[in-house]
Design a protein around this ligand. Structure first.
Ligand code: TYD
Length: 220
């Protein structure tokens, strides 16, 4: 356990943005510094939230209407925050989370048209002011992201992934949403240009994290 308080960093972005790879690399970076790191993800990240994840990610694209989907996202998030994230932070650990509430703002708010204000109200109801200390937003041309996702799954329409079948217009709204989030909260949310080789993007990530640690007075 480290002496300083825990850190909560979320990774956000559209499909195929490379955030899962970068989370593993940042985990190693923190471990080399001697930090105790927890990797988690949304939807999911606690036993109850993982059960809700299965409901959310399997089945027909029209299985849930947009509001129900948003409520399920926040139900799973509440469980994840209370059972996994807060306890880890209380132990001084570094929590790296693959997606968090900004994904709901982008996907359900912008993508599915519920609007960012509606989602931010749900955010407040479910978890109050709780939010990441730092959010890294992986930004990539949409076609590049979808190509990468296709390579990963063989096809974009992989059986277990209804979110990847939602069409170009949806992905465009998503990208605009993530960019609007970064503009609205520039202190917390840092855009990472995710177009480039893995090590180039890793350097951008560690630069952003180093700057953040310095801004908090934490030795990098
Ligand atoms: P996942 O397989 O984890 O995708 P990825 O590797 O792209 O993160 O599935 C998560 C999907 O759920 C992803 O398409 C985004 C979507 N999602 C939302 O729509 N709202 C949310 O709040 C979250 C956390 C995820």
């Amino acid at each position: 356990m480290t002496a300083r308080p825990g850190l909560f960093i979320s990774f956000e972005g559209g499909e195929g943005s490379g955030k899962s790879t970068q989370i593993r690399l940042l985990e190693q970076w923190f471990r080399k510094r001697g930090d105790d790191v927890v990797i988690t993800r949304e939807p999911g990240g606690s036993p109850g939230a993982e059960e809700i994840r299965t409901l959310l990610l399997t089945g027909d694209p029209g299985r849930w209407d947009a509001v129900t989907e948003a409520l399920l996202m926040f139900a799973s998030r509440r469980d994840h925050v209370e059972r996994t994230i807060r306890p880890a932070l209380a132990q001084g650990r570094v929590v790296l989370c693959d997606r968090f509430a900004d994904s709901s703002v982008a996907y359900q708010g912008y993508g599915h048209g519920l609007g960012p204000d509606y989602i931010r109200q749900l955010w407040q109801i479910a978890i109050g002011d709780f939010k990441p200390d730092l959010t890294l937003l992986f930004d990539l041309p949409i076609e590049t992201g979808l190509d990468r996702a296709r390579q990963r799954f063989g096809t974009v329409s992989a059986a277990e992934d209804r979110f990847e079948r939602m069409g170009m217009e949806f992905h465009r709204r998503l990208q605009q949403g993530f960019r609007a989030i970064a503009t609205a909260e520039p202190e917390r949310c840092k855009m990472i240009d995710a177009d480039g080789d893995i090590d180039v993007v890793t350097a951008r990530v560690t630069d952003a994290v180093t700057l953040f640690l310095k801004s908090r007075g934490i030795p990098a």
